[in-house]
Design a protein around this ligand. Structure first.
Ligand code: SF4
Length: 393
């Protein structure tokens, strides 16, 4: 087995034929007003949302890919704003799909509703926790009291028997809270920590993203603590590059010198985590990217390479999902590492990373341009490019 195969979970099927995961934004309605909302969520449901029948047809189309069927995550807005949610979950489960949910923490998120969804077949629930204190989290979410309600909801999710995922969006405003957030993730017994790197789109334009160097430091720190909990990054596929570079390296701090931000994250982690047990057997990051094993369907049926890359590649009201996924010119380009521009196009990690296409688009207007949120320079960083391959072989 190569270092890449050990450091990254590669897809077992052809990503140009079928997705690994599909995110469906079932509604944009939501009672929260989060400062970084990708969806620019609104208070009431759009009458043009996909209907129950159209939603069932989408799920049928996803099941038609055959085994292994795509994972399906129903998000919003707040998916709990849709009264037909249990019906959609039950239908997806009946036809062999693995269904997960990403609700907002509001009065609609109650134990009886979670029990109903669990009975309908839902496997997992992800909740957002963007701050380690009520002050930070509630100001992110725009509603007082959401922090305490989220901790309570997380415990209820686990009590009901659903798998728990915690989602955290990292900005310059909360990056130093990451060790305390990790402690919360472990204390809550989450199965997966999904760390989002802010893309300046939707209301996220109002927040300050990390610089590429800061992001590199955070990704190294995340890899260090990934022995404690399974970690997934969103819009930072170069986490996989880092996982490969670090694999098998003995003197990591010599090869990847620790900067001030990572040093502080490490100190705080050591101080906070003494005695805490790992929550679950860690797993390497999965090799998917926008349009390559991953697709997003919005509330009115438009299909996108990602929820953070606002270029529609087709509408479910005109074409079936498999036709769009396989036939879209943009998705085909995104799946071709040799179509990438700039540093990503020259990078030896482009097949397993490929860069955040959303960051590239948000910054340059070209979804195939180099990812400005990654510091890596192929050639210049030759000494650390494939250090893992050399030391582990
Ligand atoms: S340069 Fe691009 S392809 Fe290479 S590691 Fe960075 S983001 Fe990934």
């Amino acid at each position: 087995m190569s270092v890449t195969q050990r450091a990254v979970r590669l897809m077992h099927h052809d990503a140009s034929e079928r997705p690994f995961i599909v995110i469906w934004e079932v509604t944009r309605a939501c009672q929260l007003v989060c400062t970084h909302c990708r969806a620019d969520a609104i208070r009431t449901r759009n009458p043009l949302e996909l209907t129950t029948a159209e939603g069932r047809r989408l799920l049928d189309d996803l099941a038609s890919f055959g085994s292994p069927r795509p994972l399906v995550v129903l998000i919003g807005g707040d998916p709990f704003e849709r009264p037909d949610l249990p019906e959609l979950v039950a239908h997806g489960t009946r036809i062999g799909l693995s269904m997960a949910l990403s609700p907002s923490v509001t009065d609609r998120l109650t134990s009886p509703v979670l029990v109903e969804l669990h009975d309908a077949g839902a496997k997992a629930v992800s909740l957002s926790l963007d701050g380690a204190t009520a002050g930070t989290h509630d100001s992110f979410r725009g509603v007082e009291g959401v922090f305490d309600a989220t901790l309570e909801a997380a415990r209820t999710v686990r009590d009901v028997g659903l798998r728990l995922q915690i989602n955290t969006t990292v900005t310059r405003g909360n990056v130093r809270e990451l060790p305390r957030l990790l402690k919360a993730v472990l204390t809550l017994g989450a199965d997966l920590w999904s760390v989002f790197f802010l893309v300046p789109t939707g209301r996220g334009k109002l927040l300050e993203a990390l610089t590429a160097s800061e992001e590199e430091e955070v990704l190294h720190w995340l890899h260090e603590v990934s022995t404690l909990v399974a970690i997934k990054t969103t819009e930072a596929p170069h986490y996989r590059r880092i996982a490969i570079q670090r694999a098998g390296v003995q003197a990591l701090d010599d090869v990847f010198p620790v900067g001030p931000l990572r040093a502080q994250l490490r100190r705080d982690t050591a101080h906070l985590l003494t005695g805490l047990e790992p929550s679950r057997r860690p797993r390497p990051p999965i090799d998917v990217n926008s349009g390559r094993g991953f697709a997003f369907v919005d509330h009115v049926g438009a299909v996108y390479p990602s929820g953070f890359l606002p270029i529609s590649v087709g509408s479910l009201r005109h074409q079936a999902f498999p036709e769009i996924y396989r036939g879209s010119g943009l998705l085909q380009q995104l799946r071709n590492p040799d179509a990438l521009g700039g540093r990503c196009g020259r990078c030896e990690f482009r097949t397993v990373c490929g860069g955040s296409r959303s960051h590239a688009y948000a910054t340059t207007g070209d979804p195939l341009a180099e990812d400005p949120s990654c510091v890596y320079q192929s050639g210049l960083d030759q000494d650390v490019s494939l250090a893992g391959e050399t030391q582990a072989s």
